[in-house]
Design a protein around this ligand. Sequence first.
Ligand code: PLP
Length: 473
Amino acid sequence: MAEWIADYRERLPSLPVLPDIAPGDVLSKLPESAPEGPEPLEALLEDLDRLIVPGLTHWNHPGFLAYFSSSSSDPGVLAEFIAAALNVNAMLWKTAPAAAELETRMVEWIRRFTGLPSEFEGVLQDTASSSSFTALLAARERALPGTREQGLRPRWNAEGRPRVYQSDQAHSSIDKAVIAAGIGLEGIRRISSDPQFRMDPEALRRQLSADREAGELPVMICATIGTTSTASVDPVAEIAAISAEHGVWLHVDAAYAGPAASLPELRPLFDGWERADSIVLNPHKWLSTPIDCSVLLFRDSEAVRSSLSSTPAYLETGVEARNLMDYGLPLGRRFRALKLWFLFRRQGAEALRDMLRSHIALAMEFADRIRADDRFELAAPPSLSTVCFAAVPPAAAGERDDTEARNSWNRRLLDMVNRRGRVFLSHTELSGRFVLRLAVGSAWVRAEDIEAAFQELIAAYESLRADEPPTTE
Ligand code: PLP
């Protein structure tokens, strides 16, 4: 198995990053029922190579430049192996004392790595979605005490409609949290963002005041450091001041960008996040940790614990210790802390900071190439390791001035690039425009992959212009 893993990782760059596959292709090749008896490991590995690997989008591929990447460094892979062998469930301190305490310490290592003050504590969750949901439950309980007992309705009626504030660039996980928390999507106030896609704090202030006057109930403000489309950074210091003025819970979604707080030169981007009530950042995005691993940090652990904890007799232990089940929805929890422990100890914080810096430099070099080529233009200010851009169709194509035609040109271009399998880019929509997006963040990315992305874009552009299949050297 270890050989298989090493071999896979070695041949990854030669595989297409995206599979040539249609929905149902893999399913149709899998037996409908489980085998009655055991099969040899060789047969299983053969099928892994034959059925599964060719049917995957390879997230560890060095040409994976889509979404926000999630990549697994070697220490992370080995820690997963060992975590499965140990198979502890750290739901209670007593059910896995060392795992529970390692988790506490790893959250502290992350807190120090990112320069947050000591009042923050936290836990590891599976995803940022779960982390933000947990934060919202605590915020809801603070704004509407007793909701955990009575549900939302009685307090909602007495005190006004609960409201959650986020910019129009916030991630959909906040929407989902709002749905799951019973507040409902209509409770969201989508605050406009400025031309650089950052929340407009004055618009937030006005909306909060108007809602207060109308007798509505602000529950949580979510600011984002590193939005999903453009990696823009909300002005957190100003937002923190507004949240303090109105006494509203401030949650900071730094799921992608959080690790970059470890770089002193980028600290100004994080100004004010130390005043948040809760913060989420994902080592499984920009810190080489295999999915899943999200850190939820909070200032008042009692607020989180008391909003959600529920301990039946069969889970009572009589031991005075922090039980991790109290800080999230799931009871059972994987031994995720092992991944961070292995990562930090095998690589060291300095190497991780170097990686982040090199990703930012690669993204900025790519942005320079885009700026310098009149076939393309930037669609948003490049931020951190993310670049949004668009192709400018040739004048002769008659598609320059019509947004729909332009969008369709860019869609075809992206499809062509991705089909060729050397790199994988994603897209987003900005003010009605279809925009291409390159985000650097994988532990495996090299300068040659960014160069390949640029060459693939040029080749696709020229082939679309000539209406011929693309060619690169
Ligand atoms: N927040 C931001 C800013 C994101 O970009 C994402 C995903 O890309 C998430 C939250 C959700 O992350 P997860 O998949 O860990 O729930």
